[in-house]
Design a protein. Structure first.
Length: 585
């Protein structure tokens, strides 16, 4: 984890050097701050010789000169300490902010590279929590706690050195309680870390519940399950509160216990020092300086003890971030991969088998050929493998056996970016983003011109309704496009696919749930979209694929029938029975 943290900070090494220099100045000024008071007490009031550097700078026999020097030195020390503290704070926060930015970018980019199989098993709540809460805890540590930790550590070392030089016996008395503090902090550290892990886990679960409930708000309202969702959130929230309170209870032990130890050490030094002054073995100024150092020493020691909490939280955050970054479920990349060269759009499955889990094959030695420009219909009962089959074309998954080729090129040997550039989708539910209409259409081709976007909308039969919107193509579409009808969303999805201009088109029941008028407009757009493209259509309503060049009937992961609509009906098999059932409906 320490090496990982160093890697995060390394790009900002110039700022780190500046922070370290300012930190050293701040520590030096902190160590120097009691000495003007010692000069006043010992050299101005008691006529004890001033320190050698002071005697070298001015006439040490003049009390008022020494007093003026002490006053000026006090102000100068304070100014230097304030300036260095400001530089420390500003540049440390800057480093923390940019480290958090880099982490967010790295985690999100890594998540984009992971295969779909990772997301099949992973809740998005913990991932959102990692990108927000965990990275924020790392940022807070780098911005504040890390600087304090370094300053406190060096301050403790510097003050112990000065205190040993002033009076080694006093120092040993003062530090007698330190082993007890160290043992206590060490034992509590792991408890704090486990408690913080538990808090983070429960917060992630809380985020997942909120995300699921709001994401499916229409379903929740339709089934009247608002009370159930509230109770579900309440139960998880109570668990989160209990975990947070336990973690706080554990962390809260640090301050009081360390304060008691510090008070014992201070009392011992005060008793011992007072006897030394009364016996004439020490000046009052030296005792004041020593007690000043002692107070300053115990403050960073208390801070270091409390820093265990910040370290534990940052360590948990870093562990969770590393857990995501160390996940290696990316599709294998060929070191010799080249860009896909699509000349015609011929798609071929070569004895392809696929399984999500080792126990059950979803596709079992499927072989098929889609010639350029053909429309291939895919039908079958739920779980027969239709969606899985088309998911292998853009390489969302890799087959466990066999391979898929496009224009004779094994798609495992081409770059994923070039492969997916040649595949467009029109799904049963078009996903729209919180953005203007034109941006939703241009999602697959961000560099498209306004004219290209409008032309794609015309071909998709979407231009007329878009123009009727309050701000036309600049109208903001709510997340998911809820304020648009199903047909309007589908036509925007078709316009998006037209604009992308890919040679291979995949459609998953694109007209499902539409009224006759919307369906007619959607089919008009689909006909424009299919021209010159190799098209795969997953259909539940057989009327959708009546005119397909070839219909594949899947059952339990195998192609059991294939042919045109009339041929399959005449065959009297599974397809004919499906047609009969739909005619009956």
């Amino acid at each position: 984890m320490f090496r990982f943290a160093i890697q995060l900070v390394r790009p900002y090494w110039r700022w780190v050097i500046l922070v370290l220099l300012a930190m050293l100045i701040e520590i030096a000024m902190s160590l120097a701050s009691p000495w003007p008071l010692k000069i006043v007490l010992d050299s101005v009031f008691a006529s004890i010789p001033a320190p050698a550097p002071v005697r070298w700078l001015l006439d040490a026999d003049q009390p008022f000169a020494l007093l003026n020097f002490a006053v000026v030195a006090t102000v100068a020390i304070a100014l230097l300490q304030a300036a260095s503290a400001y530089l420390n704070a500003y540049f440390t926060v800057s480093i923390g902010q940019w480290v958090a930015h880099d982490l967010r970018q790295s985690v999100y980019a890594h998540l984009q590279r992971l295969s779909m199989s990772y997301y099949d098993r992973q809740q998005t709540g913990p991932l959102i929590s990692t990108i927000t809460d965990d990275i924020n805890s790392v940022q807070d540590f780098v911005s504040t706690s890390l600087l304090d930790l370094l300053i406190d550590s060096l301050t403790v070392v510097g003050m112990i050195a000065v205190m040993l030089w002033l009076n080694w016996r006093f120092t040993l008395v003062a530090l007698a309680v330190m082993p007890l503090v160290v043992v206590f902090v060490y034992r509590l550290r792991e408890v704090i870390k486990r408690a913080t892990h538990d808090v983070r886990r429960r917060q992630s679960e809380l985020v997942s519940i909120v995300q699921e409930g709001l994401g499916a708000i229409r379903v929740v309202k339709a089934f009247g399950q608002g009370a159930f969702e509230r109770e579900r959130l309440s139960a998880k929230s109570r668990e989160s509160v209990e975990a947070a309170l336990y973690a706080r209870r554990v962390r809260s032990l640090l301050g009081p216990v360390v304060t008691v130890f510090v008070a014992i050490g201070t009392a011992a030094v005060l008793w011992f020092g007072a006897h030394e002054v009364l016996d004439g073995a020490m000046t009052a100024g030296a005792l004041v300086v020593f007690l000043n150092y002692l107070g300053r020493l115990f403050r960073p020691i208390q801070s270091l003890a409390r820093a265990g909490t910040s370290i534990a939280q940052a360590a948990v955050g870093l562990e969770r971030v590393r857990a995501v970054l160390d996940t290696d479920e990316r599709l294998p990349r060929s070191p010799h991969a080249q860009a896909l060269r699509v000349t015609a759009g011929r798609v071929e499955f070569h004895a392809v088998s696929f399984a999500y889990t080792p126990e059950r094959l979803v596709l079992d030695e499927v072989s098929l050929v889609a010639e350029p420009g053909q429309v291939i219909g895919l039908v079958g009962s739920s779980g027969s493998g239709k969606s899985t089959l088309v998911s292998l074309i853009p390489r969302f998954y890799d087959p466990v056996q066999g391979y898929v080729s496009i224009d004779g090129q094994d798609i495992r040997q081409v770059t994923i970016r070039s492969l997916r550039r040649q595949v467009a989708f029109v799904l049963q539910e078009t996903q729209l983003f919180f953005a203007p209409v034109w941006q939703n259409i241009a999602y697959g081709k961000p560099e498209a011109t306004r004219d290209e976007i409008i032309e794609a909308a015309r071909l998709a039969q979407a231009h007329a309704f878009i123009e009727s919107l309050p701000e036309g193509y600049d109208t903001m579409v709510g997340q998911g496009g809820i304020q648009l009808s199903g047909g309007q969303r589908q036509r925007i999805g078709i316009a998006r696919a037209i604009l992308r201009d890919s040679r291979i088109l995949i459609m998953d029941e694109p007209s499902s749930g539409l009224d006759p008028e919307s369906e007619h407009l959607v089919f008009e757009g689909l006909r424009n979209l299919q021209r010159g493209r190799t098209t795969f259509i997953i259909a539940h309503r057989l009327s959708t694929i009546r005119n397909a060049d070839c219909i594949l009937v899947l059952d339990q992961g195998r192609i059991v029938e294939h042919g045109r609509h009339d041929e399959l009906v005449a065959l009297g098999g599974l397809y004919a029975r499906m047609q009969q059932l739909q005619d009956t409906d």
